[in-house]
Structures are given as C-alpha cells and as structure tokens.
Design a protein around this ligand. Structure first.
Ligand code: GAR
Length: 201
C-alpha cells in the first residue's frame, strides 16, 4: 500500500512514521513519496536520509487553491498513492481534492477534536484553561479538522505547562498514534460508518 506523507515543516511525525516502517511495524504501508509545500521544510532532509522520494510543490500567490490541489492530485495519482497522510501539512485541501481521495486522507491534529481546531491548538488549550488536551488522528472531510475520528491520545495540562512543554508532551503521543493509524488503515482494519470509525481485529 503506497503512502504519501505531506509535510510543511519540521517533520517529526514523518520521522516517527519512517522509523516504524524501518522496524517493519507499519503493516502493509510503504511510504513511497514525501511532498512538501515548503522548499525549506526540515522534514525533506529526514525523508532523504531514509532514502525516500521527495517532491516539493510550492504554492504561488497568483494560484487558486484548486489549481494547486489539481497539481497535487496529479502527483499523487502518478505515484499510485493509496493513502495520503497529512503530517503537519499546513494547507487546507479543497472539497474536490477531499472527494477524490475520500476516506483516504488522514490528518494529525494537536488537540482533542472537536476542541481547539485550527492553528495554535496548544495555545488555545492553555488559554482556555483546559485540564486535559491531546491529539487526534482523523479522516479528512470537507470541513477543517472535522472528519471521522480514528484515534485520540490524552495529555494532562499541568499548571506550569507552557505552549512549548505542552506541545512536546502532545508530540510524544502523536508519534505513537499516527503510525498506528497508518498501520491499521494498511491492514484494512478501519471501517468508516458515518462519523464513526470502527477498528476491527
Ligand atoms: C504537529 O504537532 C501536528 O499535530 C501539527 O503540526 C505539527 C507538525 O509537527 N498539525 C497541525 O496543527 C495541523 N492542524 P512535525 O512537522 O514535527 O510533524
């Protein structure tokens, strides 16, 4: 099963995925492509160090979202991609793209959705005074940070937590849950029924 990982920056989730693959713990999934919308994304170096094929697709101000997403879809189709993993990919995908890869796009978000969608999820949780937060792996639908939830991990918010310490604790969970979701998908163990995702044995 061919997986494309889409990134925009640091790529620590990408690294966690590639490490699991290297250990033979990613089920039937093979990361066959890493795409970044940012030419200087640190994650590109990680992809290269694991011998992965990379593709940089920068966005241009003059371009519509649809034009960009059309190019992205073309690249993914050319590479026979079965699963698209958004690992810190900071772009919203257009409805036609989501429909094209329906239930084949998963995203990791650093909060317990539906709480704190959008950007700066860790800061949102701190500012709100939440006592727990965490991360969510979900299928992507046409609304932002909204699709059916696959896995969630809980993190306790301590009084002395800062955005940085909280983000670090959440990332540790992300690095476990995102590869786990990819493995489950590759083994066809995720059954989507409306908003619910059933995990079968
Ligand atoms: C992760 O915390 C991920 O959950 C978040 O960006 C970070 C990427 O880190 N994604 C979002 O906020 C998407 N809404 P990484 O590049 O080190 O994997």
């Amino acid at each position: 099963m061919n997986v494309a990982v889409l990134i925009s920056g640091r790529g620590s989730n990408l690294k966690a995925i590639l490490e699991k693959e290297k250990q033979g713990k990613l089920g039937n999934a093979v990361v066959s492509l890493v795409v970044s919308n940012k030419p200087d994304a640190k994650g590109l170096e990680i992809a290269k160090s694991y011998g992965k094929k990379i593709f940089v697709l920068p966005s241009h101000k003059s371009q519509t979202r649809e034009t960009y997403d059309n190019q992205l879809a073309e690249i993914l189709e050319k590479n026979n991609i079965d699963l698209v993993v958004l690992a810190g990919f900071m772009r919203i995908l257009s409805p036609f793209f989501v429909r094209k890869f329906s239930n084949k796009i998963i995203n990791i978000h650093p909060s317990l959705l539906p709480s704190f969608p959008g950007i700066n999820a860790q800061k949102q949780a701190l500012d709100y005074g939440a006592k727990v937060t965490g991360c969510t792996v979900h299928f992507v639908d046409e609304k932002v940070d909204h699709g059916p939830i696959i896995l969630q991990g809980i993190v306790t918010v301590e009084d002395d937590d800062t955005e940085e310490t909280l983000a670090k604790k959440i990332l540790e969970k992300e690095h476990i849950l995102l590869p786990r979701a990819i493995k489950l998908f590759s083994e066809k163990k995720l059954i989507v029924e409306g908003r619910k995702v059933r995990i079968v044995n």
